[in-house]
Design a binder for this molecule. Structure first.
Ligand code: ADP
Ligand code: MG
Length: 243
């Protein structure tokens, strides 16, 4: 398999991906039995190449940039370890803001990710709350959605300034609560005009926050985002067949 893992300069421990890893199951990647069973119920029994390399790194808490073509399974590559981390944390939190933010470029993708994560949560029978925000929501709906607060927030970046100005998200709470930030379809986020919203948000991300950037390409925009939010990330690249 022609996959490439670029190691961060400081990490010398990780060896090259070995051939036998191609046969690894979700369980062997370190996945919780509840999640493995949930995936099987959804008809998914074997990790895709990007899932095989991304899941263990994300479970280890590494920042990751995952580049792989559309349809390669990037959604579960981040959602599944993200959920596992929240399961582990469950019960020990007293948060004022969500633990995980997933930022996506379109409303459609927001709905898609929301449906996938809700279905996994239901199949795992865990008490995690997930919400999706849309930029057309009035402040009162944003306030209701964020009351609690939810564990996972899925949104386009445009909703964030609105949440701040309406006072339903506080920078200090984000700094206190945010554990994982995902930018999905990162190659589209800047071209869709979200640069300022993302920049404004990054100033509130705590240093400990794990950042994951998923993308179908390695455009200049992805490089820009990488510099903006990631600390010494692992870069995973799955080239197109024929590369
Ligand atoms: P990407 O984000 O890389 O474009 P998606 O995450 O949307 O790809 O996945 C594409 C399709 O592949 C979805 O229908 C998803 O349910 C399916 N899928 C994801 N992981 C697996 C897997 N391990 N085995 C089989 N199908 C999978
Ligand atoms: Mg995707």
């Amino acid at each position: 398999m022609a996959e490439a893992i670029e190691k961060p300069a400081k990490d010398t421990e990780r060896e090259e991906v070995e051939e036998e890893e191609e046969e690894r199951t979700f369980e062997e990647l370190g996945l919780d039995a509840r999640l493995t069973r949930a995936l099987i119920k959804k008809g998914i029994s074997k990790p895709t190449p990007i899932q095989r390399v991304a899941i263990p790194l994300i479970l280890e808490g590494k920042d990751v940039v995952a580049r792989a073509k559309t349809g390669s399974g990037k959604t579960f590559a981040y959602l599944v370890p993200l959920l596992q981390k929240l399961f582990a944390d469950f019960g020990s939190r007293n948060k004022l803001a969500p633990s995980a933010f997933v930022l996506v470029p379109t409303r459609e993708l927001c709905q898609q990710v929301y449906t996938e994560v809700s279905s996994l949560i239901e199949l795992c029978r865990v008490q995690l709350k997930v919400v999706q925000l849309t930029s057309s929501m009035p402040a009162s709906d944003l306030r209701t959605a964020l009351a609690g607060p939810p564990d996972i927030l899925i949104s386009t970046p445009a909703c964030l300034p609105k949440c701040f100005s309406a006072g339903v998200l506080q920078p200090a709470s984000i700094n206190d609560s945010l554990e994982i930030l995902v930018l999905d379809e990162a190659d589209l986020l800047l071209s869709y005009g979200y640069e300022d919203d993302i920049k404004a948000f990054t100033s509130h991300i705590p240093k400990r926050c794990q950042c994951l950037l998923m993308s179908a390409t390695s455009s200049a925009d992805v490089e820009k985002l990488k510099k903006l939010i990631l600390h010494n990330p692992f870069i995973l690249t799955l080239p197109e067949v024929g590369d």
